[in-house]
Design a protein around this ligand. Structure first.
Ligand SMILES: *Cc1c(COP(=O)(O)O)cnc(C)c1O
Length: 432
């Protein structure tokens, strides 16, 4: 499969090169040259297919012949090594729990798939060497570290703001060792990101083949469509229209849902639920794209002022306003509405939400008021324990700690402290 740059000023590349480069040389995001809907039989028979078969059929055309079928099936099956429960939370409202992976965040799916693709490409070329450089405000770094642990030929360097990630998140970045290095930056997330950007542009580091592992990378973005298919398979027999709400920051997750629909998946309506970072809800009202600097909220993994993947959604809809009007909504919610939702949903249904899932729940409720016949799904993207301090303050009882985390609490945190770009550069130049 070929991928073109959405800035349309760089040549098209193969899937492999899109994955290895991350971003096109003209700084555009890569986008598949063709999208062929899955046949009618696929959807008629979907309840008979295993989740692994569904995922393989969905992703296959986007990889093409660059990874052999048996290998791709293997990658898909290793990516999906944990469950994706759909839990009923009130009448006709379901939580699609995406937090049962190794780092308890939905980002595990994309990170595990991308790591295994890079691992395959590097096995085919024993001289290949890449360095994945990640700036994280919390969840991305842990999922990438866990996904890429021991992948041959790849060094992972994670930058995070010192003192600004939770204890659990810091443990997920700093306890792996091996090919994973963690750098704690004297500054905020924006400083980490600025250093990463400077490194990508630095000709002295060209030999390291630096790449990124956030949802701009096609191998992280595309597999996120899998669980939209799984949810449909489980609710198909109800025969009702589906409305899906995603808690949205960089808009990679919801963009994968819109792609699944383009492949034929019958989802009636999407809701991109945001916190106070409301660039997309404002755009859909005025049709003027006016990004703002991000503001801090309770759902901090969605504190994004200029969502990188929104341009892919515009491409999928051919920038057609009437399509957006009928199929896609976006609503912002305040921190106060978010905490109230966490409290009310626990009181009413005994279900514990964390702030991102709570935002998605609110967006779903708003949309279901317009679709009384529909069944609603909201994506719960992280385990409440990852936002333990917030959840415990609102609910006044301790959140249960899952086994994945208990293990981490026993390991030693290892990281190096850096203060400026010069220190990052010398760290990278000393890498093997
Ligand atoms: C990253 C993240 C999001 C936002 O996902 P996007 O694909 O960037 O829109 C939502 N919730 C959690 C818990 C996250 O870590």
């Amino acid at each position: 499969m070929e991928y073109y740059s959405l800035h349309r000023k760089s040549p098209s590349v193969t899937f492999r090169n899109a994955v290895i480069q991350g971003l096109a040389p003209d700084k555009g995001l890569y986008f598949p040259k063709s999208i062929t809907p899955l046949g009618r039989h696929f959807f008629e028979d979907i309840e008979q297919l295993t989740d692994e078969e569904i995922a393989f059929q969905a992703i296959r055309q986007f990889v093409g012949d660059e990874i052999p079928e048996a290998e791709l099936r293997n990658i898909v099956s290793e990516t999906l090594s944990f469950p994706f429960p759909l839990v009923e939370v009130g009448k006709n409202v379901f939580s699609l729990e995406l937090f049962h992976g190794p780092t308890l965040a939905f980002k595990d799916v994309g990170a595990r798939f991308m790591a295994r693709c890079v691992g395959y490409f590097n096995r085919a070329d024993p001289h290949a060497r890449n360095t994945v450089l990640v700036a994280t405000s919390g969840d991305t770094g842990g999922a990438v570290a866990s996904g890429f642990l021991n992948v041959p030929g790849v060094e992972i360097v994670i930058l995070y703001p010192d003192g600004k990630v939770s204890d659990i998140q810091e443990r997920q970045l700093t306890t792996y060792g091996r090919n994973i290095s963690a750098l704690r930056v004297d500054g905020v997330f924006d400083d980490c990101q600025a250093m990463v950007k400077a490194a990508f542009l630095d000709p002295d580091l060209a030999h390291l083949n630096l790449t990124s592992a956030n949802s701009i990378n096609v191998a992280r973005w595309l597999p996120q469509m899998f669980y939209f298919f799984f949810a449909y398979k489980r609710l198909k027999s109800l025969g009702r229209p589906l409305v899906v709400s995603c808690p949205s920051g960089n808009f990679g997750n919801i963009c994968a849902g819109v792609l699944a629909k383009k492949l034929g998946l019958p989802i009636a309506h999407f809701v991109a639920s945001t916190n106070a970072n409301d660039t997309v809800p404002r755009f859909l009202k005025s049709w003027e794209y006016d990004p703002k600097p991000s503001v801090e909220t309770l759902s901090n993994a969605m504190d994004v002022g200029n969502p990188s993947n929104f341009i892919r959604i515009r491409e999928l809809y051919g920038d057609d306003k009437s399509k957006f009007d009928t199929e896609f909504s976006s609503y912002p919610f305040s921190d106060e509405e978010t905490s109230d939702a966490i409290q009310i949903i626990f009181e009413r249904f005994g279900y514990v939400l964390e702030p991102h899932g709570a935002v998605a729940y609110l967006g779903l409720q708003k949309e279901l008021a317009r679709f009384p016949d529909a069944v609603g799904i909201f994506l719960e993207t992280a385990h409440p324990v990852k936002f333990r301090e917030i959840a415990e303050k609102i609910l006044s009882f301790p959140i249960e700690v899952p086994a994945q985390i208990e293990e981490l609490m026993r390991l030693k945190k290892v990281s190096s402290r850096i203060g400026d770009y010069g220190q990052l550069k010398s760290f990278l130049l000393k890498q093997k």
